[in-house]
Design a protein. Sequence first.
Length: 285
Amino acid sequence: MKTWTVIELIEWTTKFFESSGILSARLDAELLLSHVLKKDRLQLYLGFDMPVFHPNLSAFRTLIKKRSNRVPISYLTNSREFMSLSFYVDERVLIPRPETEILVETVLGLQKTPCHILEIGTGSGAIAVSLAVNQPTWKIIATDISKAAVDVALHNAKLHQCKERITFLNGDLFEPVIELDVLKYDWIISNPPYIGTTDINELVTDVRDNEPEVALFAGCSGLDIIQRLIADTPEFLKPEGKLMLEISHNQSQQVQDLVNSNPAYTACNIIPDLSGIDRFILATV
């Protein structure tokens, strides 16, 4: 029976993934083998001639099959980096995207004093945990309609030793915080579902067939949750408090109109992502 080395496995898997239409074939092969061997990618490069034996070989083959069926890498490795922190993720939560880091960086850049922050739709907890790690004096409440997602977020808060600084609550939008002592917040932030159900076929297979629908879709237009957040937020913000939302690439004008039509807001700004696409709305009451 053939004995496979690290480099042989990477090269074979890369070709197999390419034939399956996976664009990041080489990277995916390296990430999966790194995960199985419990080594980082640099260690793989330093040990290209190292043989790989059963059961690692068997585990690797299983992951290759799942990836070829378009299961996202982050679900296969149960890991995703966000704000230079490693987060546990699985099929219960949306995989954090790099562009969402801009939301965190904006809040960190604008808020210079201790504050109260409410995050709606925390998912994996990546946003709340990143804020708590960077600003230990801030008080953060994070909600999600999915109890399973709250469990993942709590796990990540424990992982990064900030569980005591974040209150996680299960429920729909503002419903879980109505009875709390904290009546007003300095910031309300959210990366809500914003994809229209009519656009489902535009999603790549990895996303459409694997990530939770409740974290992706918001009615036919994709604006159902955003509309509710814009309407209800002023009641929960302190004077000069801010609402920051991530939005879809084609929703900028509609979302600005929603904010500007509400007299509670005094300012509205659009923040682009690194590709120059209008990606975030920042509104002040």
